[in-house]
Design a protein around this ligand. Structure first.
Ligand SMILES: Nc1nc2c(ncn2[C@@H]2O[C@H](COP(=O)(O)OP(=O)(O)O)[C@@H](O)[C@H]2O)c(=O)[nH]1
Ligand SMILES: [Mg+2]
Ligand SMILES: [Zn+2]
Length: 221
């Protein structure tokens, strides 16, 4: 007899993710799961996104980290509701963690919920959280070859953010090659080059996101 533990865990995760998704739909909340390596600029991108969209949408953030509250505190300092999940060692978020975090939020008061996943280019790919879109960030210093090495995360992402674009010259980052490989892996995903901490190039990304938020509102039951 063979017991496939990974399969069982994923099935349980996906069932609860579906419940999360139904709950988000009932409240007309659009949910985006931001995935990236540690230090790629997830929190910085969330802060830039908040600055661009806070006058248009009510935003809340769920922060996933192995330990600490530092990211939730950074978000909360801007007056945005932020829930910190500490996974206590797990290297990705799962749908039951999101359910418990969402229990502390009033979804009817939120238009856009941004989830910062644990820094990791591998397993967040496999875990549906009930989000509407997964989006990944690659930062320039990580190198233009990462889509070759971690194809899965580029394939599940509906958009790709290329952050720290201000450092392209410093790291000899071949942006044309990067875009070409991402396009081969995922022809429909737009690639947004931006510098989150400088606020440069943010608008194309936030307009894409705003269009998705509007679409979620339009189908609210
Ligand atoms: N030069 C540059 N640095 C950035 C940019 N975005 C983030 N950083 C820096 O990268 C580091 C990690 O950023 P953070 O947002 O905390 O990454 P996270 O771990 O993915 O949430 C911080 O020191 C940021 O100031 C950017 O666009 N350009
Ligand atoms: Mg962070
Ligand atoms: Zn993991």
């Amino acid at each position: 007899m063979q017991v496939d533990i990974a399969k069982g865990i994923l099935e349980k995760n996906d069932a609860l993710a579906e419940e999360n998704r139904e709950r988000f739909a009932r409240s007309g909340v659009f949910v985006v799961d931001l995935m990236a390596s540690p230090g790629a600029g997830k929190t910085s991108t969330i802060l830039a996104t908040i600055a661009a969209l806070r006058d248009r949408y009510r935003i809340a953030v769920i922060e996933g980290d192995i330990a600490s509250r530092v990211d939730a505190e950074k978000i909360a300092a801007h007056g945005i509701p932020a829930v910190q999940i500490n996974t206590g060692g797990a290297c990705h978020l799962e749908s039951d963690m999101i359910k418990r975090a969402v229990d502390t939020l009033d979804l009817d008061e939120i238009d856009l919920l941004i989830i910062e996943n644990v820094g990791n280019l591998v397993c967040p790919t496999d875990f549906d959280l009930g989000e509407h879109a997964k989006v990944m960030i690659l930062s320039v210093p990580e190198g233009h070859d990462k889509p070759y090495k971690y194809p899965g995360i580029f394939q599940v992402s509906e958009a790709v953010i290329l952050n720290k674009h201000d450092t392209v010259g410093v790291f000899d980052f071949d942006e044309a090659e990067f875009r070409s490989v991402v396009h081969d892996l995922n022809p429909n995903a737009p690639v947004f080059a931006l510098s989150a901490t400088k606020g440069e190039g943010v608008e194309a990304w936030t307009e894409w996101l705003a269009a998705r938020v509007e679409a979620a509102k339009a189908v609210q039951p």
